[in-house]
Design a protein around this ligand. Structure first.
Ligand SMILES: Nc1ncnc2c1ncn2[C@@H]1O[C@H](COP(=O)(O)OP(=O)(O)O)[C@@H](O)[C@H]1O
Ligand SMILES: [Mg+2]
Length: 361
């Protein structure tokens, strides 16, 4: 048992402290300046020259993002987000609608309108642009217990609002937990277990083999092959540490509202809880006496209705399997391995959630 525990709760892509702001290369800084000068001139009132826009930074979360920019004027800091126009009308519409309505009573950054009083800008450069107030804060690093309570409360509060408010649902994507081909994909993986490195890099291919029984057990336990999709509410589907900012023991910002989609609240909340709690475990390891307390603090504050440990375990595994099968599907059907680097994180997650839910019992 000790052996297998040594391979879990390792630092992952969300374990690096941050955010880090990296000076933007000149071409990107110029692009942001051009947009601000053309559509957001009112932010520069005291300045007659765009070169006086002080500085522009890219933001480094798990990678240096080419979508989000921090820019500073003489008096303020803002975040500019860009989204390609092609195929993303619904995305920019839901993003602007959610920021506008949720920022009233949740820690969600408000939108700064353009000079025509519009929530977003259709730029001449092929991108939609949205400018947000900049919020100070850092990512939760897992050391302290106390922030878990405020993160869990924000989690619960956001889902409460999303469940109660009426939004235009046609703008949102639906999450499919089971696409109906998982059985076939899994049989394919087993039949080709000796040659999986034709599809994935050897370290990822061997992960699938090493954890074969764990995956198989999760497939049976979740009943994934026959699972009915239960998409009944809007949920923040990407509740992880880089989508939250913490300041003075409070959640100062909930970010990435683009990932709000129609899905199953229990799965979404259980999985988001898991992402936050695993970072606590990364810092404190499974033998820390506080670990069980951390799990309880989160679980008791994140849910309006309590779930038991087995339900949480099953919901987290459904989401982990959904993510694992997206990677297998892309690899086997399209020879696309762009997301395969996340495979170890999701596969180890199956073991990690067993450890966490055992503490919750
Ligand atoms: N309003 C904001 N105030 C401060 N930082 C922000 C704000 N919006 C985004 N960020 C920073 O940018 C990062 C990426 O933003 P996010 O909205 O999550 O976009 P992405 O979809 O690229 O992950 C966040 O982790 C955070 O550090
Ligand atoms: Mg994000």
């Amino acid at each position: 048992m000790k052996d297998s525990l040594e391979h879990i709760f390792l630092k992952d892509i969300y374990s690096k402290p941050g955010p880090n702001y990296v000076e933007a290369p000149e071409n990107l800084a110029d692009m942001v300046h051009e947009i601000i000068k053309t559509y957001y001139k009112h932010l520069l009132v005291e300045l007659d020259d765009c070169s006086l826009l002080k500085s522009t930074f890219c933001i480094e979360g798990n990678e240096i993002s080419s979508r989000n920019f921090l820019f500073q004027t003489n008096s303020n800091k803002y975040i500019a987000k860009r989204i390609p126009q092609d195929g993303n009308y619904n995305k920019i519409m839901r993003l602007s609608m959610l920021h506008k309505s949720l920022s009233v009573d949740l820690p969600i950054p408000s939108i700064v309108c353009n000079q025509n009083d519009e929530l977003f800008t259709k730029g001449h450069d092929g991108f939609y642009w949205i400018v947000l107030e900049f919020v100070e804060g850092i990512y939760y690093d897992g050391y302290l217990l106390q922030p878990l309570e405020v993160i869990a409360k924000a989690h619960c509060c956001l889902h409460g609002r999303l469940g109660r408010d009426s939004f235009d649902e046609s703008l949102f994507d639906k999450i499919c937990y089971s696409m109906g081909d998982e059985d076939e994909l899994w049989r394919f993986a087993l039949q080709h277990h000796n040659t999986l490195d034709r599809y994935f890099m050897p370290e990822f291919a061997s992960m699938i083999i090493d954890y074969k029984e764990k995956i198989e057990h999760a497939l049976h336990f979740t009943e994934l092959f026959t699972l009915e999709n239960q998409n009944d509410a809007l949920c923040h589907h990407d509740w992880h540490l880089y989508n939250l900012l913490i300041m003075n023991d409070k959640v100062s910002a909930v970010l990435d509202l683009e990932s709000i989609s129609i899905s199953c609240p229990n799965i979404s909340i259980a999985f988001g809880s898991f992402k936050v709690l695993r970072q606590y475990m990364v810092c404190h390891k499974y033998d820390c006496a506080d670990a069980a307390a951390a799990v309880k603090v989160y679980m008791q504050n994140a849910y309006t209705t309590q779930m038991d440990a087995d339900e949480i375990n099953r919901y987290v595994k459904i989401e982990l399997l959904r993510r694992i099968f997206i990677i297998l599907r892309l690899g086997f059907r399209h020879r696309d391995t762009a997301w395969a680097y996340n495979l170890p994180m999701h596969i180890r997650g199956l073991q990690e959630i067993d450890t966490i839910s055992a503490m919750y019992k």
